[in-house]
Ligand binder design. Sequence first.
Ligand SMILES: CC(C)(COP(=O)(O)OP(=O)(O)OC[C@H]1O[C@@H](n2cnc3c(N)ncnc32)[C@H](O)[C@@H]1OP(=O)(O)O)[C@@H](O)C(=O)NCCC(=O)NCCS
Length: 321
Amino acid sequence: MQIQTATINDVPEILELQHKAFLPVGEVLNWLDAPNITETIETALEEFPKYTVLKMVADNGKIVGSVRGKVEDGSLFIGRLMVLPEYQRNGYAKELLHKIQEVLPHNRVWLETTSDITSTYTFYEREGFRTFKTEHFDNGVSWVSMAKWELHTNRILLRPWREDDVEALYKYASDPDIGTRAGWPPHKSIEDSTEVLRNILMNDTTWAIILRETGEPIGSIGYMTNYTSTLPSRPNEPLVGYWVGKPYWNKGICTEALNLMIKHIRAVSDYKSLVSSHFVDNPASGRVMQKCGFVATGETCVDSDLSGMEKPMAVLRLEFS
Ligand SMILES: CC(C)(COP(=O)(O)OP(=O)(O)OC[C@H]1O[C@@H](n2cnc3c(N)ncnc32)[C@H](O)[C@@H]1OP(=O)(O)O)[C@@H](O)C(=O)NCCC(=O)NCCS
């Protein structure tokens, strides 16, 4: 299988694929006159130049999947993600979805789908998309708009964690020098990392730090408001946490990631401040916070380290003025 950019000559084959791929969906929804099922070759040819269209091509030259996207004001709209029924459940849709996001630079990505088909909806949720608008059509179909914000610099990208990140997560989080400094036990197995991924990292306020050059997750950053801690925080004040894989320390990566996340928090919420803490024997973490505008509150709190000893932590706060 190979993903290639489609040309106008591919339109008839892609349209045929579209009809085959969306017909079963139309049957389940009882919506056989849905636009993607009834689209004619004239409309398909007219629409084609407005998008970048990718095709998934089998070794025998047959087009077995496709997706299209266009960017407006930094916002990437993705549509017509489809795989021939007999080729589904092989990960091809995921590959197409990742590829279109890779080839079309953007800050935000969105799409429309139905929430009535659980498998499709959870597929997009696992990919980090979240519903921001729901419409109930007269024919009974619930139609949702889902979006994902992406935050990036020239060097790194913050994106939601995904299940297929597990090996990279294990590679870095099994290093005792990471967890011990951040207050969690090093991962002992891939199963450990899978559990952490599902229960701790895959949520709306945690991101994988991706090195754009390689596409690999090399760290994590996030914030949370629901936590129990000895930290002298204000009510509902988000607590910030992060780590970066050891080979990438002292290159300014965490500072870049924290600045991106602060910008995001300021754009999407009305929090007045952020709080964080670090073990006093982990000054590099305090330095990252300071470089991003956090100021030591002068308070310390005590947390149990992994050996069961009490270890002091310095508390820092960023006030949004
Ligand atoms: C803390 C951590 C995230 C920093 O990531 P990073 O990408 O190396 O951070 P940056 O390169 O952006 O900044 C590191 C800063 O710390 C400084 N630093 C490194 N070691 C230091 C030390 N022993 N003493 C004082 N400063 C130190 C660096 O010089 C740099 O500051 P500078 O730019 O002024 O020179 C990373 O070391 C890590 O993952 N540690 C383990 C997990 C952890 O501690 N998480 C935080 C828990 S509170």
